[in-house]
Unconditional design. Sequence first.
Length: 257
Amino acid sequence: MPSLVNLAGKRGLVVGIANEHSIATGCAQAFRAAGAELAITYLNAKAEPFVRPLAEALQAPIIVPCDVRVPGELEAVFERLTREWGRLDFLLHSIAFAPREDLQAKLVDCSAEGFAMAMDISCHSFIRMARLAVPLMAEGGSLQTVSFFGAERVVEHYNVMGPVKAALEATVRTLAADLAPQRIHVHSLSAGPVKTRAASGIGRFDELLDRVRERTPAHQLTSIEEIGQVAAFLASDAAVPLTGSVSYADRGFHIVA
Ligand code: NAD
């Protein structure tokens, strides 16, 4: 897809590629097509063989492990960025997790441990990334995370991830206010449903896709390539007037009652 935005000379961190179907993959491809240089993380040794070829195809000079639950690993990513780049222009946080039994239970039955883990990996990790990014963004920057309409309305089977994404979107607003003096813009990118590995943990996801396709004005689902175009815009200087808000890449699903 031709790029509408210019990210030439910009350096960005992409966290959340698991395989070629990941939303973060569509975003990384769009960032690269717009001219950005990328640092790309993979979860662990098991994930590396799936992520490394994608990262190499994008000529990423920095390919590093990052499990946000492993103490020091996120800090090590930023130490590497500091050492090799000395600055960062944008980052994409495209990660979420909830233990399967909590994700598939009604919220009323969600365990405290599952709730805390989902919040930590899917939301608080974005705060930690923002904190680590600030010293590298002396000339301003863009932080974005990936959300879903289940933050705003009850989506069947989305369960605990509804409150987690609501917290994530509120986090984006608060970080946007906190970091405005540093000229750091913070965005929620609310993506339409896509068949990914994370999505396969959501109960009856195929039915959700059918329902969304049916209700979306053009009766079409959103692709990771399309989501990537919006992500590239949000990472660009053209998006400077935006901060703290939710940008939808869902072909209008959210506007329909
Ligand atoms: P995915 O499975 O491709 O990506 C999820 C990523 O989260 C993986 O790369 C995984 O390694 C990472 N992750 C999980 N635990 C982690 C940890 N402890 N440390 C670091 N990384 C960890 O699925 P996806 O659908 O591309 O998910 C990306 C984001 O998009 C998530 O925030 C998800 O909630 C959001 N989202 C997905 C959809 C959808 O329908 N797929 C829609 C809207 C929003």
